[in-house]
Design a protein around this ligand. Structure first.
Ligand SMILES: Cc1cc2nc3c(=O)[nH]c(=O)nc-3n(C[C@H](O)[C@H](O)[C@H](O)COP(=O)(O)O)c2cc1C
Length: 161
């Protein structure tokens, strides 16, 4: 797949096969994440590989669609509010690099925003200097949804004088 094919074919996955994902593969895609743009080279991301005990405590209603791997991806706060926002933006770029690198090898992710709720922060052991950008099910898709239609970018472009 070339870059555009990877981008256009990626979907948020809600049905996974039980086939395992090796830590080596995961590391490769996460390492691709680290090439994300990040202002002042803050490298604000941290990744927690969620084990079975913690996963059960998170008690997600579908158990992350039975994905073989669950990750929590965190973003560190900056010294100022602006830096904290920039760090979260950089971590979102990290996530998308990771998503696309995995997708190119046939592996999908389910992005779940539950992680920042206080109850789940406590379960994950998140300290005050971090935001949880997402909790992710990762695995080989059982099913790939049809694309969700997007508004044409023409409707979002404004030409300034
Ligand atoms: C910050 C963020 C949080 C998200 N949280 C959830 C979530 O809690 N549950 C969910 O089903 N999808 C979640 N998603 C995934 C979106 O619902 C999904 O990307 C969107 O429906 C478009 O589908 P696609 O990614 O397959 O194109 C989240 C995506 C982002 C960027």
């Amino acid at each position: 797949m070339n870059t555009l094919e990877t981008i256009y074919s990626r979907r948020n996955i809600k049905s996974f096969k039980s086939d395992p994902i090796e830590m080596e593969q995961l590391s490769k895609w996460l390492q691709a994440g680290t090439m994300a743009p990040n202002h002042k080279m803050t490298e604000p991301w941290e990744v927690y590989v969620v084990g079975p005990e913690t996963r059960e405590k998170l008690n997600h209603k579908t158990d992350f669609f039975h994905a073989p791997v669950v990750l929590a991806i965190l973003s560190k706060h900056g010294k100022t509010e602006v830096e904290t926002v920039e760090n979260a933006l950089a971590t979102a770029c990290f996530v998308q690099n990771f998503n696309l690198a995995a997708w190119e090898e046939g592996v999908g992710t389910f992005w779940c925003s539950m992680g920042n709720a206080q109850k789940n922060r406590d379960i994950l052991g998140i300290s005050d200097e971090y935001d949880v950008i997402g909790v992710f099910g990762v695995g080989y898709p059982e099913e790939i949804n049809q694309p969700k239609e997007r508004t044409s970018i023409e409707e979002k472009i404004k030409h300034l004088p």
